[in-house]
Write a new protein. Structure first.
Lengths: 581, 209
């Protein structure tokens, strides 16, 4: 029996089959669907955590407590968790522990490219890399066995394409794992106190893992039909691309990419005249091969280090042919860039910021689009929660009117310590929290501000306003984000306030299920009243465009009646059906 | 390798590209093939371009097809069809909804929307099947069924057995909207049948040239 599963769904299935009892993560492309799929397995206590560090710590605690535990995050999420990630291997795991690092070469939905195999190497932690959905399931289950066999945390590394491809998966059954005995023992788990002995143990374990790598079934040689002088060492989804590009070559398929099987790889290199190394990300395998003494390998010099791989890219690198060109030289193929949704509550805020021409530090979320035209009202974006510290720093550098813009989920994830710090250290800047009560960009995952948990349980609802006031901020205004004048007034007041000021611009994400399900009457333009003054176009709403008669026209299928264009119309020419009379 | 069939399904966020891509992959599996489905881009925000690749055959390795080896492109919007047209092999077929959704950007860009894309591509010698799917879906009672109508047109170009499609639709479409979607699917197949047939039984070696 096979099922058609996304790589991420297959990882969830693998965790379930392996008897996992606890799983935690924070949403981030391309990892989000792992926890979303785990939601449906009632044997697993699965949850969204406040951030990746918290998720990692909770899964670490569950492992120490004796059950199999999984933490899932995107590559930059592991940076947040790195404090614990680097130290946990100094201890022995108890229940099996797997951390999924879902990476995004090509930066489809990320601020950087980052090959976390280097972090795993620093942490002396083994890495498995599945190449399709079946392996996503099998390697996840296998990772837990590996973890328990060596008492080591294991990284499962995916890239966007392996995480986001659906393929057929042969399913297995769940094997329940009795909870392993947990003895509270500072000698095992209080690393800073007992560090030196652990430091020696971690090297001994790495030696054992390296020996294991020589024979592990995660790695295998796939020989060509005929003897071949060409060898290809490949891992992850790039292995599948390579299989399609090299018809006649021997493959060394690496499923476990750290530690590497040095002897087996060197033998493979000796047996071939030329060996290609195909890996998405950095030259992680290739550099180690060179250090091992291989002299006939070529990888990044040919295939490149930037962006995601594809069969086309590998083939073009081999035969030097340019990529097949689109018809763009002969006919305009207009881009269709992402933008704020129709009726998105972020628009009113960025409209004000654009007009005020103040320096704005942004954060990670849909509102990064505020960087682009027509707003161009966001001037820095780095990492989760950074907006608040950056605005504080800008103010300290003399830019008194600096503004931080951060979403509700991102604020909870990484903004709270910064706001506490801004209040403590006498910040005088403005912080705007765009509260659409969702983790919007990744698809409306619940968080502590939504009053709901991953598996649907009701939860205490974090009161953002009270939390902000508790930091010592006195100028706090909560405003309806679709009320243009109120938003403008609140931001102006905050900028004029002598001290740290917070504006919470509140309104549900238009993609939230309750928003999409509601009955609404689209607005329309009354041609008799419209003078074509153009004011409504300042809403920058994609549902509003010039109609055949030259007057503005509202697309009734797209309009969500947010009323922002209506507020802009001084003639009262934009109405809902009820106002026609 | 080439008893693999590779299809790109393209449209604009919100048109239902991902749903019909999955239905295609499931129909292929229902017919006994291996299949993969993946999105061209990792992120598809509403209003942006969305494209999926579906590949099926005895055994699929790479979920990504090499440009120049695509058998069929199904475009739910004109500009999105144009965006991927160059990836077809020389015998490939472009099934395209003549519907236009203007990208929301500066007025000058919108003014240069390639209204003549279908004529342009036909002039390049591409095999183009254009379907007024949005209008036809509206006539059936729901403009949002245009994706299912186009899926019916795609089915007419592929050699998957009708029972496979029937079973997948019945399994995956909610009961309350199944009848409408079945009508849209059948109407799409009918409209496409007016054009020359697609792919059934050619050898592919000749096509990649």
């Amino acid at each position: 029996m096979k099922t058609f599963l996304l790589g991420n769904e297959a990882i969830a299935r693998g965790a379930w089959e392996a008897g996992v009892r606890f799983a935690a993560g924070y949403p981030g492309t391309p990892s989000t669907e792992i926890l979303e799929a785990l939601r449906n397995y009632r044997e697993i206590d699965a949850q969204w955590s406040a951030n990746e560090k918290v998720a990692f710590d909770e899964a670490m605690g569950a492992s120490i407590g004796g059950v199999r535990a999984l933490a899932a995050m995107k590559h930059v999420g592991l940076n947040v968790a790195a404090d614990s990630f680097m130290v946990f291997p100094y201890a022995d795991t108890n229940g099996g522990f797997v951390v999924v690092s879902a990476e995004d070469p090509g930066m489809n939905s990320s601020q950087n490219e980052q090959d976390n195999r280097y972090l795993a190497r620093m942490a002396k932690m083994p890495v498995l890399e599945p190449s399709n959905s079946q392996e996503c399931k099998d390697f996840t289950a296998g990772a837990f066995d590996l973890s328990e066999a060596f008492a080591v945390p294991v990284m499962l590394r995916t890239t966007m394409r392996s995480a986001h491809t659906k393929g057929q998966v042969a399913l297995g059954e769940r094997t329940e794992r009795p909870r392993r005995e947990f003895v509270p023992d500072g000698r095992r788990y209080a690393i800073p106190v007992y560090g030196p002995s652990h430091r020696r143990a971690i090297e001994a374990r790495l030696d054992r893992l390296t020996a294991y790598a020589e024979t592990t079934p995660f790695n295998r040689i796939v020989a060509a039909d005929q003897p071949s002088a060409i060898g290809v060492i490949a891992c992850g989804v790039a292995y599948q691309y390579a299989r399609e590009v090299w018809d006649q070559a021997d493959f060394f398929k690496l499923g476990m990419t750290y530690p590497l099987p040095r002897q087996a790889l060197l033998a493979f290199c000796r047996e071939h005249d030329k060996v290609y190394v195909v890996e998405e990300g950095e030259a992680f395998i290739e550099e180690q091969l060179l250090a091992f003494g291989a002299t006939n390998v070529i990888g990044k010099a040919l295939f490149g280090v930037i962006g995601a791989y594809s069969p086309e890219r590998l083939a073009a690198a081999l035969d030097g042919a340019p990529p097949r060109a689109s018809y763009g030289d002969e006919i305009p193929i207009l881009p269709r860039p992402p933008m704020f949704c129709v009726g998105c509550g972020h628009r009113t805020v960025f409209d004000v910021l654009r007009q005020l021409k103040v320096p704005v530090s942004g954060d990670i979320g849909c509102y990064t689009l505020g960087v682009l035209p027509p707003y161009e009202a966001e001037h820095t974006t780095f990492s989760m929660g950074a907006s608040i510290g950056v605005a504080f720093g800008l103010q300290r550098a003399g830019h008194e009117r600096s503004v931080a813009v951060i979403g509700d989920s991102t604020f909870i994830h990484g903004g709270i310590p910064s706001l506490i710090d801004s209040a403590y250290n006498g910040g005088r800047n403005t912080v705007i929290i765009l509260d659409n009560t969702a983790t919007g960009m990744t698809g409306h995952q619940p968080h502590p501000g939504t009053g709901q948990r991953l598996q649907g349980q009701p939860a205490p609802r974090l009161d953002l306003e009270k939390l902000v006031r508790a930091t010592g901020v006195e100028q706090v205004v909560v405003v309806d984000t679709w009320d243009r004048k109120a938003v403008r007034r609140a931001i102006a007041q905050a900028l004029n306030y002598d001290g740290l000021a917070v504006v919470i611009a509140r309104g549900l994400c238009q993609q939230a299920p309750e928003m999409r399900a509601r009955d609404l009457t689209p607005l329309h333009v009354l041609g008799d009243l419209c003078t074509d003054c153009g004011a409504c176009y300042h809403s920058n709403c994609p549902a509003l465009a010039e109609g055949p008669d030259g007057l503005p026209q509202i697309d009734p299928l797209a309009c969500v009646a947010c009323t922002v264009c209506q507020q802009l119309c001084v003639r009262g020419a934009i109405v809902g059906d009820a106002a026609v009379a | 390798m080439d008893n693999t069939t590779s299809v790109i399904l393209a449209g604009v966020g919100g048109q239902g590209v991902i749903l019909i891509s999955e239905l295609l992959a499931l129909a292929a599996i229902e017919a006994g093939f291996d299949a993969t489905q993946t999105e061209e881009h990792g992120v598809s925000q509403r209003g942006g371009s969305v494209a999926c690749q579906v590949r099926y055959g005895p055994e699929i390795r790479s979920p990504l097809v090499r440009p120049g080896r695509v058998d069929v492109i199904l475009a739910l919007e004109k500009l999105e069809g144009l965006r991927y047209a160059h990836t077809l092999h020389k015998e490939g077929v472009l099934v395209i909804n003549a519907h236009e959704i203007l990208p929301f950007s500066a007025g000058s860009a919108v003014a240069s929307y390639p209204h003549h894309a279908i004529e342009f591509l036909a002039g390049k010698g591409l095999r183009v099947i254009d379907i007024a799917a949005t209008e036809a879906a509206a006539a059936l009672g729901n403009v949002r069924a245009a994706n299912m109508l186009m899926l019916g047109a795609l089915a007419a170009c592929l050699a998957l057995p009708p029972e496979a499609w029937d079973r997948v639709l019945a399994r995956r479409i909610p009961a309350r909207s199944l009848a409408l979607n079945q009508r849209a699917f059948a109407e799409g197949a009918r409209l496409a049948a007016g054009h020359e047939p697609g792919l059934q039984d050619e050898t592919k070696e000749a096509r990649y040239g």
